[in-house]
Write a protein that binds this ligand. Structure first.
Ligand code: ATP
Ligand code: MG
Length: 447
């Protein structure tokens, strides 16, 4: 992609209301534009990263056996009256009336609708387990939208819903999602820690929030240092093996980890924290990037979603729901990976792999070198953003650092005359002068 033909509206100033670094950097790097409180347009650079994050989320959901669907953003209120949540949900729900004066709403979540889909088609335990997910915009009229896409009102969510015959099978479904979340966040370049979450009136201990540690996190979190050393399960982990899944979950839920919410309410948590040695304690702030929840028959009972079991009797299905916020994830990734000059994208989610900087467009040598590099790198399957604009070199370097592509290739007239370019690693600032052919070979081979 040529920068001269792209749409990258870089801002020189920080937006006044941007309180945290990820919000400032996303606005300055031309990734998002605020349209109303907590409502954003996604500009090309932001859209590219959002898509990459969604691709990772999707791959890991599929790997764990979940099946993608797409439910609408607008829902009829009837389903929510069936479950009893229409009145409970309060002001966070955006209620809409259509021209026939029917009550509709912009979905804040989809338990009711997916339960309706399930009960319409699935009748037998033989069709279980089933896990359906979608990646769709949600609206929640948050009391305090803030921190850019981190707490938006309209935001993207991946929400999966599992259906099983009984608690045991449902727990296995929960474990599969748990493992897939560990992998998803790691692939996004994040270290996530599953923390026991409040299950509210339904009870049970099957709810975890996946927390990324960051100074600007909205909650205070407490956990054991052991998590720093844990390895995330590999891509070929066997999702069909319930015992393997259970043992991974066991490992990741044994060391102490809890958010302030649990700490305030639960005496056992306070005691467990006090019992830890000082060097085992990590007390920090965290961002919730995912939340998984087993809720049994909370929706299947009032909504009559049952299957015929092997005993010939009807059983209300046991359900769970599993959320990830891809739009919030972008903020979390930037909070975890930036410096004073801008964003530092982890490789897997970077909007482009390489920023190619022509320091003197119009110079025959620079132009030829850049065109050769652009073509060869793109041929090798790399995504290149080629800065062929007439900006000053200083401004080009500042933009490249701001938008945070992992690797910069810099072509200036003097080095090009000697057949060389400079490679700069964004994360470390390391620079190296290499021949143009070496640059192509090395970058094409991912070194
Ligand atoms: P929070 O406690 O942060 O308000 P929640 O418990 O309401 O979140 P869930 O209903 O569990 O959130 O939603 C699943 C995921 O959706 C969250 O883990 C988060 O990543 C994302 N999410 C929730 N609310 C927002 C929001 N207002 N803006 C952006 N992402 C959100
Ligand atoms: Mg939550």
């Amino acid at each position: 992609m040529r920068l001269s033909k792209y749409f990258l509206p870089i801002l020189k100033e920080n937006p006044k209301d941007a309180e945290i670094v990820s919000h400032r950097l996303m606005a300055r790097a031309g990734m998002i534009k605020q349209q109303a409180a907590g409502i954003y347009s996604w500009l090309p650079l932001g859209k590219r990263v959002l898509d990459k994050v969604c691709d990772i989320v999707r791959e890991e959901q599929n790997r764990a056996g979940a099946i993608e669907i797409l439910m609408p953003t607008i829902q009829p209120s009837d389903l929510w009256k069936e479950s009893g949540r229409y009145d409970d949900y309060g002001k966070e729900m955006l209620r809409i009336e259509d021209r026939m004066e029917r009550e509709m709403l912009f979905g804040p979540t989809n338990e009711e609708m997916v339960t309706d889909i399930f009960r319409s088609y699935v009748k037998s335990y033989k069709d279980l387990p089933l896990n359906l997910y979608h990646i769709q915009w949600k609206f929640r009229d948050e009391r305090r939208p803030r921190f850019g896409v981190m707490r938006g009102r309209e935001f993207l969510m991946k929400d999966a819903y599992s259906f099983d015959l009984d608690y045991e099978a449902s727990k296995a479904a929960y474990n599969r999602m748990f493992v897939s979340y560990l992998r998803t966040f790691e692939r996004c370049g994040l270290k996530s820690i599953p923390m026991r979450a409040d299950t509210g009136p339904i009870g049970g201990n099957l709810s975890h929030e996946f927390i990324v540690l960051a100074e600007t996190g909205e909650s205070e979190v407490f956990c054991h240092r052991d998590f720093e050393r844990f390895d995330v399960p590999p891509a070929d982990v066997d999702y069909n093996d319930d015992a393997v899944m259970a043992s991974i979950v066991e490992k990741w839920t044994t060391p102490f980890a809890a958010t302030d919410e649990i700490m305030e309410k639960e005496e056992w948590a306070q005691d467990a924290w006090k019992a830890l040695g000082d060097d085992a304690k990590v007390s920090a702030r965290g961002i919730e990037v995912g939340h998984i929840f087993h809720f049994g028959t909370k929706y299947s009972e009032p909504m009559n979603a049952y299957v015929q079991g092997p005993d010939g009797k009807q059983h209300f299905v046991s359900m769970g729901s599993y959320g990830i916020g891809p739009s919030r994830l972008l903020g979390a990734i930037i909070e975890a990976s930036h410096d004073e000059n801008g964003i530092i994208w982890p490789k897997n989610v970077a909007p482009f792999d390489i920023g190619l900087i022509n320091m003197k467009p119009g110079d025959a040598g620079c132009d030829a070198a850049c065109e050769k590099l652009e073509a060869a790198l793109e041929n090798a399957g790399l995504e290149v953003l080629y800065d062929d604009t007439d900006e000053r070199a200083g401004a080009k370097f500042a933009t490249a650092d701001l938008i945070g592509l992992p690797i910069q290739v810099i072509a200036g007239p003097r080095s090009v005359a000697e057949g060389n370019v400079e490679i700069k690693i964004r994360a470390t600032g390391e620079r190296e002068t290499v021949s143009i052919d070496d640059a192509i070979n090395r970058l094409a081979q991912g070194r």
